[in-house]
Design a protein around this ligand. Sequence first.
Ligand SMILES: *[C@@H]1O[C@H](CO)[C@@H](O)[C@H](O)[C@H]1NC(C)=O
Ligand SMILES: *[C@@H]1O[C@H](CO)[C@@H](O)[C@H](O)[C@H]1NC(C)=O
Ligand SMILES: *[C@@H]1O[C@H](CO)[C@@H](O)[C@H](O)[C@H]1NC(C)=O
Ligand SMILES: *[C@@H]1O[C@H](CO)[C@@H](O)[C@H](O)[C@H]1NC(C)=O
Ligand SMILES: *[C@@H]1O[C@H](CO)[C@@H](O)[C@H](O)[C@H]1NC(C)=O
Ligand SMILES: *[C@@H]1O[C@H](CO)[C@@H](O)[C@H](O)[C@H]1NC(C)=O
Ligand SMILES: *[C@@H]1O[C@H](CO)[C@@H](O)[C@H](O)[C@H]1NC(C)=O
Ligand SMILES: *[C@@H]1O[C@H](CO)[C@@H](O)[C@H](O)[C@H]1NC(C)=O
Ligand SMILES: *[C@@H]1O[C@H](CO)[C@@H](O)[C@H](O)[C@H]1NC(C)=O
Ligand SMILES: *[C@@H]1O[C@H](CO)[C@@H](O)[C@H](O)[C@H]1NC(C)=O
Length: 842
Amino acid sequence: MATGFTFPPFWFLFLFILSCFSSFCLGGDRVTLGEIYKDGDNLTSKGGDFVLGFFSPAGTSKRYLGIWYVDIPVKTYIWVANRNKLVHDKNGTFSIDTIGNLVVKDGNGDLLWSSNVSVQTRNSTACLRDDGNLVILNNDRDAARLNSELWESFSDPTDTYVPGMEVLIERQGEQKVFRSWTNESDPSPGRYSMGVDPRGTPQIIIWDGPNRRWRSGHFDGAEFIGVPDVIRTNFFSGFRILNEGDNKLLLTYSASNTSSFLRFQLTVTGNELQQRWNEDEGEWNTLQSRPVGGCDLYNFCGNFSECNKEVCQCLEGFVPSVQEEWHAGNRTGGCVRKTELECRKNSSVSRNDSSKDDGFSTIRRVKLPDHADVAEISTEECKIKCLNDCSCNGYAHVRGINCMVWRDDLVDIEHFEEGGNTLYVRLHPSDIGKKKKTIIIVVISILAALALVVMVAIWLVCKYRARKRESKRTSEIPKNHLVRSGEFSMEYSGPGDISAEGHQGNGSELAFFSFSMVATATDDFSLANKLGQGGFGPVYKGKLPCGQEVAVKRLSQKSGQGDEEFKNEITLIAKLQHRNLVRLLGCCVEGEEKMLIYEYMPNKSLDTFLFDTARKSLLDWRKRFNIIEGIARGLLYLHRDSRLRIIHRDLKASNILLDEEMTPKISDFGMARIFGGNQNEANTNRVVGTYGYMAPEYAMEGLFSGKSDVYSFGIILLEIICGRRNTSFRTDEHSGIIGYAWEKWDEGRPMDLVDRSIWDGCQHNEALRCIHLALLCVQDLAAHRPNMSSVVLMLETDNVRLPLPRQPTYTSMRRSVDEDIWHGNQDLTSSNNVTVSVLIGR
Ligand SMILES: *[C@@H]1O[C@H](CO)[C@@H](O)[C@H](O)[C@H]1NC(C)=O
Ligand SMILES: *[C@@H]1O[C@H](CO)[C@@H](O)[C@H](O)[C@H]1NC(C)=O
Ligand SMILES: *[C@@H]1O[C@H](CO)[C@@H](O)[C@H](O)[C@H]1NC(C)=O
Ligand SMILES: *[C@@H]1O[C@H](CO)[C@@H](O)[C@H](O)[C@H]1NC(C)=O
Ligand SMILES: *[C@@H]1O[C@H](CO)[C@@H](O)[C@H](O)[C@H]1NC(C)=O
Ligand SMILES: *[C@@H]1O[C@H](CO)[C@@H](O)[C@H](O)[C@H]1NC(C)=O
Ligand SMILES: *[C@@H]1O[C@H](CO)[C@@H](O)[C@H](O)[C@H]1NC(C)=O
Ligand SMILES: *[C@@H]1O[C@H](CO)[C@@H](O)[C@H](O)[C@H]1NC(C)=O
Ligand SMILES: *[C@@H]1O[C@H](CO)[C@@H](O)[C@H](O)[C@H]1NC(C)=O
Ligand SMILES: *[C@@H]1O[C@H](CO)[C@@H](O)[C@H](O)[C@H]1NC(C)=O
């Protein structure tokens, strides 16, 4: 063991006292010339916190010389000497050699490791200090620099930073200081390294081999701006960068609580781990671990894009460089400018002035991009500096750093929920605000609309003639078959008439009610009880004598079936039972009067929430996703699992009812079967549906199939995500929700669609999947759309790779067509959201 402390000469007493305060080596904490430490001999720091000796990492018998905490039972090594050349047995030694180095040798006396002191000396001492620093001190009385430090382990660290360590940073070039272990049982240098890039202002970087894996963001004097959620450092603790002169900087960290052990480690998995020893629990508590998750990984989304909760979006004014790869989740290509900056275009004439037109888009709350250059100028000068430099892609002005400009691609931009900085991205004027573009679009669409109006007018004239011929044929049918709600004369049956059939069975049985019973239940169909006007007639709230609340739909249209047929049909439909379908409890057939009695849904329909500014936030993302799933399951049941294989044909937000728990329930299913015949996939002469929700082939040609419901489902999906009505998108710029959604998708910014009122709790990956799915559902050709079973699968599985949607083109002409059919048909109600039936000739 270390021995032999000789009292220093008198004139050194002062120095000695000073040294005591800087934890000078005393007693058993040092190794001196001539002493040979064997495996098993340990050097313990004076305070008793750290020990230097040979150890074997977990899972191996190989021996390494290292430093670990004395009192921490979980062996934690802060430094390893011979990490490259291990000792195979327990015959290893460490000692001071004749030129002043600390050396590690194996049993044969072969050199495994040397401290390589910069200045050779005849007599030196290695001592383990209280902070875990192993230092070699010059002991040579003849030399001028007695007690000067020849070497220290803190300047040759392995994978761990401990408080007190000063990391020297050159002003030029990357410096990889720490190197991870290969694995838990092998301290040899692994694939990850950690250090500092001083460009601009210093940043801490983790490399994976030669590539950056994570960066802390630039240092603003108090903190690293890319790690905003870490408690801000105060005067006494946290990171500090000291100017050492000679173009050198020192990076240090001081812990806020020095009474417990703290360390930063670069783990074998490439994470920077900040841990504090918890005495009570006997374990390391992790204070932070970087990188966390996808967005924290270096340039996760590729160049010129922004990462927000694992979701990548191109910056405004940029589009994916390779669309297919981008949408398939391969971001390596990143995004590129929509329009190249004027000054970068090849032109024989140099256009100095054009760059003055360039503008900036503002991106708030981000981790600013990598590779910034820094200048000490004001914000306004910073902007001008960027404009005057053709290679400048953006700038930012940050307190503590000043003006930052980026001449390289903008990489590694992460959006933060709070904190972060504002980035100004330089754009070609045409990519800002899109004002000039819209004028052209408006002109083109007006011309297109005019052409369509003419065509539709001609078509309507033909239609009108055809209908005239038809009405001649149908005029033989007695008039009283055409029931209109207003015409109906109330003929009460006597109370004794309350049908004996009216008693309700065990739930799956359909009950038949008498008219008088229903009239009583709805208070004579009073206006106060009217819930709304559905596609097939008004709906009333009613209360059965037993107290059960029901919704009564009074059909105002001729079913085209006899009473018995109608009853049979209703009985069949009532047998359809699913959690996501409204239950049909019974019906009433008396003369011309036909009514359907449903279970009552207190929360009314989806549209009353979704499109109401006050109530839409009640449907947070989780609820909305559940609703989407519910609708999909209900539809799947109708299409595939039910015996009847029903195609709804009039799916829309107002047909989705919500129970107390916001479970969606599809209503009005089977109506098409009652009213429009029961073909399974056919060309029908009667189109039942709602404009805006109707698939092109159905609206135009009367062709319907399960895929037309899928289309309507796609529209509902978009409405749920956007929280806006399809029709509300009919502006100059967009022909409807589909056009808008496609534009955002195409720009690589699909998340712009998501309703801002639910942005906070939004699961971005789910939202993204829903948007993708919706675009698949609204494709022009039915054959391209997925069927409901695929839809359910895609909704509920995270890792299915969805095919790329094709651009919907039908929607671009939709707007004018819709309106003209609308205005041309005087029979139709004027409300936009009411089911219409149009006869289409074949
Ligand atoms: C040195 O440390 C090792 C590992 O903690 C321990 O087993 C050994 O007893 C120590 N030796 C001495 C001399 O303290
Ligand atoms: C190491 O020591 C063991 C016994 O302590 C001995 O048997 C062995 O030969 C030694 N190895 C070397 C390389 O000296
Ligand atoms: C010391 O120098 C030798 C030979 O130049 C080199 O292999 C070794 O890695 C160096 N050791 C340290 C700790 O720098
Ligand atoms: C080295 O220095 C120590 C302490 O000053 C002294 O005790 C020792 O004799 C010196 N050894 C040699 C070989 O000079
Ligand atoms: C650690 O890495 C070494 C090779 O460097 C390998 O032989 C060993 O099996 C690894 N151990 C574990 C636990 O992965
Ligand atoms: C510092 O750490 C010690 C030991 O973990 C604890 O008892 C003490 O309360 C801490 N002090 C502060 C100010 O957090
Ligand atoms: C990712 O996209 C790039 C082009 O942007 C392509 O070169 C590369 O092969 C793609 N990688 C994979 C795994 O598909
Ligand atoms: C721009 O000019 C460079 C060199 O003059 C040439 O290599 C490049 O093909 C040109 N690019 C275009 C788009 O004209
Ligand atoms: C373009 O800029 C250069 C230097 O930036 C200047 O010398 C030249 O006169 C400018 N040309 C025009 C047409 O403004
Ligand atoms: C992304 O930007 C970096 C830094 O500017 C550049 O080195 C790299 O080539 C860019 N990658 C692509 C795919 O353009």
